[in-house]
Design a protein around this ligand. Structure first.
Ligand SMILES: [Zn+2]
Length: 121
């Protein structure tokens, strides 16, 4: 795979900075979603309470993944400054522009990401 051109790197850097400003807001929203509820045990029926518990669980896991993403964004911005952005942290091969464009904060190439997800199963 090709190394990134300067223009591609600049473009991805812009995406990362946008994510860095937007993700904390998304995390706040997800936290609010995970926090609300409790109240209303009488007025909310049993079924909708189950829905609510499920919704809350989803909001919590959504927040967790957003927090992980924000950490990755910050780590990626640090590698940009060091000049080794876009290099897979596992195999040290270039990650590739198409993948970075879709997920500029990813620390791994597609192969290594896939391998990690396989071992988790
Ligand atoms: Zn890799």
């Amino acid at each position: 795979m090709e190394d990134l051109t300067q223009a591609q790197q600049d473009e991805l850097a812009t995406l990362l900075r946008e994510l860095e400003t937007q993700l904390p807001n998304a995390i706040d929203l997800a936290s609010a979603g995970a926090a609300t509820v409790e109240l209303d045990q009488q007025s909310v029926g049993r079924l909708s309470r189950m829905d609510e518990i499920q919704r809350q669980a989803m909001a919590k896991s959504g927040r967790r993944s957003l927090e992980v993403r924000l950490q990755q964004v910050r780590a990626a911005l640090a590698t940009l400054e060091r000049g080794d952005y876009g290099i897979c942290r596992e195999c040290e091969e270039p990650i590739g522009y198409a993948r970075l464009k879709a997920r500029p904060e990813t620390p791994f190439c597609l192969d290594c990401q896939g391998a990690r997800e396989d071992t988790r199963r």
